[in-house]
Design a protein around this ligand. Structure first.
Ligand code: GDP
Length: 298
């Protein structure tokens, strides 16, 4: 993951090795190399610009230090700036005061929503919660069945519409599911919604109708990290159309460049909350900005 970015940053830092106090030219040179490395990694241009501006300013202002040589100081600054663009603090799930907590999933078709429902369900169950998955993706013929399979693997209850009852009406399915969760004492309801291959008005309307009907505590926007620059456009459209509270990066295992991961927080202003790193249910974890930054710089 992010191998090329990692190599490029390391070679940028090498130009500083053995230097005493950094000159303006040294800072310009390392900043230029970091800029190219980030752009090649597909990080969004405005994010790169702000990042480089901060690194330069801080490198110029860095005090001569006993503990860190100039190269180490720049690495420390880059590390801190990476943590910052990845969101700073780890953002935990917000649970409702009065259960059930409602988590709605949104994103394009194929982003990994249904898989995520299983992963999140399993993860919540392991933490002592009693989650329920809700099949409110009624567009794709196989989606309900797929959620049932995933729920079975995760050992989590799945609420699916009975044939003839609410079929075709995902808003009603989501409402019924919450009533059922209250009756059966499930404390977290995870609503899987329909995606489309591309962004369209109908998709956004359906997602925002479900959101308005169930008033979720969290709306998680699931994005396929492998789509690179397109992730930014998609995220902006969803931020506008559905207004999500957090991002889940999926398929990070297949993302060689890292552009989506590094851009999405700054572009949307929403925290990255979880990362999916494979097809298996346990290829999933809370997203920690500091750990991700360290992995990039290791
Ligand atoms: P949905 O249409 O958004 O519900 O997407 P799915 O959950 O059906 O996922 C689409 C495909 O991506 C499936 O083949 C999943 O197995 C696969 N997938 C989901 N998450 C990941 C991940 O983190 N890594 C990898 N490599 N594949 C994933």
């Amino acid at each position: 993951m992010f191998d090329s970015l990692q190599d490029r940053l390391q070679s940028a830092f090498k130009t500083l090795r053995g230097k005493g106090k950094l000159s303006e030219a040294d800072i310009d040179e390392v900043a230029r190399e970091i800029r190219v490395a980030l752009l090649d990694a597909d990080v969004a241009v405005p994010v790169v610009r702000a990042f480089i501006g901060n690194v330069k300013e801080r490198a110029r202002g860095a005090e001569v230090s006993q503990a860190l040589n100039p190269a180490q100081q720049v690495i420390k600054i880059v590390n801190e700036e990476l943590v910052s663009i990845l969101g700073g603090e780890t953002r935990r799930l917000q649970f409702a005061k009065n259960p059930p907590t409602v988590i709605m999933l949104a994103g394009l078709q194929g982003a990994g929503k249904t898989t995520l429902a299983g992963k999140l369900g399993r993860w919540l169950k392991a933490q002592g919660n009693s989650p329920m998955l809700v099949a409110a993706d009624l567009q794709r013929p196989n989606a309900v069945n797929q959620l049932q399979v995933v729920g079975g693997q995760a050992g989590v209850t799945v609420f699916a519409p009975e044939p003839g009852n609410g079929v075709g009406n995902p808003v009603q399915v989501a409402r019924d599911a919450i009533a059922e969760a209250k009756r059966t004492l499930h404390d977290v309801v995870i609503v899987d919604t329909a995606g489309r291959l591309g962004i369209d008005a109908e998709l956004m309307k359906q997602a925002s109708d479900i959101r308005d009907a169930v008033n979720p505590d969290e709306v998680l926007f699931v994005i396929d990290a492998m789509i690179g620059q397109d992730a930014v456009t998609t995220a902006e459209a969803f931020a506008e159309g559905v207004d999500f509270t957090g991002v889940v990066l999926s398929k990070l295992d297949g993302d060689a460049r890292g552009g989506a991961a590094l851009s999405i927080r700054s572009i949307t202003g929403r925290p990255i909350m979880f990362a999916s790193t494979g097809e298996k249910l346990d290829d999933f974890d809370v997203f920690h900005p500091d750990r991700m930054a360290s992995r990039i710089l290791d």
